[in-house]
Design a protein around this ligand. Structure first.
Ligand SMILES: Nc1ncnc2c1ncn2[C@@H]1O[C@H](COP(=O)(O)OP(=O)(O)O)[C@@H](O)[C@H]1O
Ligand SMILES: [Mg+2]
Length: 248
């Protein structure tokens, strides 16, 4: 049977900063609509990996393919087109404080050439998905941290990306606000419309929402498999540590 082209394929990526090795030959795939959780200790290369995928960082060896096309040789125009198809949600949501919630969400669409009416419609639909349509005229400063992060998610969703990259989206939030963001992420994962590569330490999210879990350590894939396997019967020390978090 012919295998479907993965949406994302990372093939043996190496990256070093001076003598410091950030990625030591990482390979992984994300299928269309699939959710893959990436976990691992601080400094193991998670953010570097995400940055390489959208060419915010260049790597030394290996290749990354989006929809079968190599990302490494892309010129500026192709990189811009690539980034329109890949949504990015960071730990620190950078909203524009002087713009309303709605304008924050539709800005990317208008800059991409969409007329304001159509952009508003799409932005409101995206805000509905994160349950913030009633807050559309507020300024970011009037929102809680969890709501602000949900606006950042809506902003990414409004672009209708085929892949979403999440870099510890709940790490900077007050513990009581983490749940509302994880709920939205879990809904998006269940929708299966968008491929998602989610860097997170939230083992409960990874267990419930991820199709696969990848554990990185010192720039390498240490362990990979369905959550039941990785958390139920971890082979690695890092995997066992995450399992302990689940058992409590
Ligand atoms: N811009 C940079 N310059 C130098 N070293 C960096 C840079 N970015 C990351 N590193 C190093 O690369 C390694 C991986 O970092 P990072 O990808 O941020 O890890 P993680 O996101 O898993 O915490 C770390 O040792 C980090 O110090
Ligand atoms: Mg990081």
């Amino acid at each position: 049977m012919a295998k479907k082209t993965p949406l994302l394929k990372v093939d043996g990526i190496h990256k070093r900063y001076g003598d410091r090795v950030a990625l030591a030959g990482v390979s992984l795939t994300v299928a269309p609509g699939e959710t893959v959780a990436v976990m691992g200790p601080s400094g193991c290369g998670k953010s570097t990996l995400l940055r390489c995928i959208v060419r915010l960082t260049d790597w030394d060896k290996g290749e990354i393919y989006f929809d079968g096309r190599p990302v490494g040789p892309m010129d500026h125009g192709a990189i811009r087109a690539l980034r329109r198809q890949i949504g990015f949600v960071f730990q620190h949501f950078q909203l524009i404080e002087r713009l309303s919630v709605l304008d924050n969400v539709l800005l990317g669409l208008v800059l991409g050439g969409m007329d304001r009416r159509a952009a508003e419609k799409r932005a409101l639909a995206a805000l509905r998905r994160v349950r913030l349509e009633h807050e559309h005229s507020l300024r970011p400063a009037e929102l809680s941290g969890g709501q602000r992060q949900r606006v950042a998610i809506a902003r990414a969703l409004a672009m209708e990306p085929r892949l979403m990259l999440w870099d510890e989206p709940t790490a900077a939030l007050d513990p009581v606000l983490v749940g509302e963001v994880l709920d939205i992420m879990e809904e998006l994962a269940n929708d299966r419309k968008t491929g998602m590569l989610v860097v997170t330490h939230e083992v409960r999210f990874a267990r419930h929402a991820a199709d696969r879990v990848i554990i990185l350590d010192r720039g390498r894939v240490l362990e990979e498999g369905p959550p039941e396997q990785v958390f139920g019967n971890p082979r690695s020390y890092v995997g066992r540590q995450y399992r302990r978090l689940l058992v409590g």
